[in-house]
Design a protein around this ligand. Sequence first.
Ligand SMILES: Cc1ncc(COP(=O)(O)O)c(C=O)c1O
Length: 382
Amino acid sequence: MVDELAVASLSELAQRRSAKWRRFPAGVIPMHVAETDFALAPPVLAALREAVDASDVGYSSAEPELGEAYAGFAAARWGWQVDPAGVTAITDVGVGVVELLRVFTRPGDVVAISPPIYPPFFDWSPEAGVRNIEVPLRLGESGYRLDLAAIEAAFARHPAVYVLSNPHNPVGRVHTADELTALIRLAERYRVVIVSDEIHAPLVLPGAAYTPILSLPGAADVAVAVVSASKAFNLAGLKCAAVVTASARMAAAVASFPPDARWRTGHLGVIASIAAFRDGGPWLDQLLYTLDARRAQLGRLLRDRLPAISWHPPQATYLAWLDCRKLGDDDPQGLFLDRARVGVEPGLRFGAAGLGHVRLNFGTGAHVLDEATARMAAALSG
Ligand SMILES: Cc1ncc(COP(=O)(O)O)c(C=O)c1O
């Protein structure tokens, strides 16, 4: 018997000083940035307490424990065999992707991405001195998925890199093994490197199965994954992610990161991530159970209170991509903020396909989701 994770009251949550709780004025329910409202997993809390109590807050030193803990986690959850030596700590996923882009691109190169997509995907290539080409996801009856024909056409223009989001933020799509296999074949044929952002992998919900790209035949030479405990275990502020490689070619790319990169990962982040990967499994099961319940609750609340809003329930993540076009307002985010005092992400930040959409974070308690949707419904009827 699994219990849902408890979530504190809104007034207690509002005491937090993280970005989520300071972005909007008091009284607004923040449901935008990808932080959750759950308390830390007990093994993570204990590891952090122990470190702080011992004044163990110097520079990080992740080897070999982070790689060993991640390899154990990957084997236990997905049957994926990871070589701990191929796991390199990095500040966060964004830094990992940008450093990889610096290695794999030359001035004038382009990088392919598939919007609607997590907004920093638009910024990472310029940060690395190159520009993006967009290959939008395809919207079908059952939701969004990779458009492999369009990706092939884009690969024929020889982008240096394709940055994949798996599972895909904001639509929650978990790409299938067949889709990823086809993507690997295209990458081999057109000599494109796949940088796979798999930060949401631990958040695949009941009903879907995650395929780590590096677990597929042929992937090791063309793909590199960037992973983190930070979304599932809500550790973003502690600054620790990891680049995972499975071939000499990709290991050499990571070995050529600037020497100082190793000093930029948070020590508490490493400690928390090791605890999460090593001992966080039972808590993560509880989280997934809770998010599955929240996803179902949101489905009911949208149907009953906000029938003009449509969605395809995500297969992963605690993010809901809501199609608000029937509301007839070009700025649904502004409408919900001003009239409902609910803060969501404006869809246009995720690309042109986000017009009339918002992204709502349901990584919270039933009471918060209930209150937020009640306010949104009242705003629309008022
Ligand atoms: C797909 C995706 N990649 C990366 C990040 C950011 O990760 P980090 O804080 O480790 O850079 C997020 C945060 O929500 C995300 O959704």
